[in-house]
Design a protein around this ligand. Structure first.
Ligand code: SF4
Length: 373
């Protein structure tokens, strides 16, 4: 549960991409025409929160594609954040980067502006898969981008990968994992491809143009991922996330799973503080117009009841290696029996008053909270 001593994280949504990947359902636009207004609106939004959120120990610039911002916009944005907010001197400061945006100039700018962690959106080291995903880079460029970031002095670089692509085989996926491991990244995120309605892949699925991988194969790829990466010493600390060492766990993302406070700025960004959650309008033009006309960009708000907070704690806790405190279940009359059954099925273990999901438990993490409804 959240307590007042937890320092919030700051998320900034940069809603621009050069082109739209056919699987992506994050909010972003491909036209830069609103960029100036968005930047001015973001400055306005920042000033609205600076008293309520005086100090952060993480900043995560995501999107969209923050790495495609021109140097002037990027500098103005970042300096504005550091000027308005107090960001602790030991903060984790991450930027999401696409490999095709990495240039020596950009890399130097990231460093000058205080970024100390890079999340590199590689997705695959197989050029055919990258073509299918309509990514703008090939495998060689991704390796080159990683190398140049490392040579420039970034030692905390994470690589994002995607598995469960149509037709993918275990050996093919392992080849991608091995090429990633050869680079010795600090962090690996391995997400299963999900196809959402409303995306180009969603339409192709509905028209039979994409044949999804069998569910069983998806599970097999997940299990081979955890086995392969933990075998190489990586710490599997969340369903989709692995850190080379415990200290390299992503501090910012950990706040989401631990229900710690965070402030999200930009269109579609979500915020959370003391059981209250609110989110911004999902349109860069409406976001900018509202703020520049002296109105709020908030589009929705909820205050979680104790029951909702309990279920959310389970939904997030079953996704992490840290698991759940047994005390969380004190008011639940059936919890003891349910947890015993989960232990017997090998989905969780009990250790030092904690309920810890196993890799098999991670596979069904989303369904476990339903047992406690
Ligand atoms: S670059 Fe990232 S945010 Fe942009 S469309 Fe592709 S996956 Fe989505």
């Amino acid at each position: 549960m959240m307590n007042d001593s937890q320092m919030p994280g700051l998320y900034v949504h940069v809603p621009f991409c050069k082109s739209k990947c056919p699987y992506c359902d994050f909010y972003s636009v491909t036209s830069p025409s609103h960029m100036d207004k968005w930047l001015a609106a973001l400055e306005r939004e920042t000033s609205l929160y600076k008293d309520r959120f005086p100090l952060f120990d993480s900043l995560y610039m995501g999107g969209g594609t923050p790495s495609l911002l021109d140097d002037q916009t990027f500098t103005s944005l970042t300096k504005g954040l550091f000027r308005q907010f107090t960001i602790s001197s030991d903060a984790e400061v991450t930027i999401e980067c696409n490999p095709d945006d990495v240039t020596p100039n950009k890399t130097a700018l990231f460093q000058d502006l205080g970024f100390n962690r890079i999340s590199l959106g590689v997705q695959s080291f197989d050029d055919v898969e990258l073509g299918f995903l309509k990514r703008r880079h090939n495998a060689g460029q991704a390796e080159k981008a990683f190398d140049s970031l490392r040579r420039a002095g970034f030692d905390n670089i994470g690589i994002d990968l995607m598995y469960g692509l149509p037709g993918q085989t275990k050996p093919g996926w392992l080849r991608t994992l091995d090429r990633a491991l050869d680079l010795e990244p600090a962090h690996l995120s391995c997400y299963e491809l999900t196809i959402s309605t409303g995306t180009p892949f969603g339409r192709m699925r509905d028209e039979g143009e994409i044949v999804l991988l069998e569910e069983e194969m998806g599970r097999a790829l997940f299990l081979v991922t955890t086995e392969h990466l933990t075998g190489r010493g990586y710490h599997h600390y969340e369903v989709s996330n692995f850190a080379r060492e415990k200290k390299l766990v992503c501090r910012h993302n950990r706040k989401y799973w631990n229900r710690e406070p965070y402030l999200g700025l930009g269109p579609s960004a979500h915020s959370f503080l003391k059981e209250e959650r609110w989110w911004n309008v999902k349109s860069v033009s409406r976001y900018s117009d509202r703020l520049l006309n002296g109105r709020s960009a908030v589009d929705g708000y909820e205050k979680l009841s104790p029951d909702q907070a309990f279920l959310e704690s389970l939904a997030l806790g079953f996704r992490t290696k840290e698991g759940l405190d047994e005390t969380l279940f004190h008011n639940h009359s059936q919890a003891h029996e349910i947890i015993n059954e989960l232990c017997q099925s090998g989905l969780v273990t009990r250790e030092n008053n904690k309920i810890l999901p196993t890799p098999k438990g991670f596979l069904v993490a989303d369904s476990l909270p339903l047992l406690f409804c």
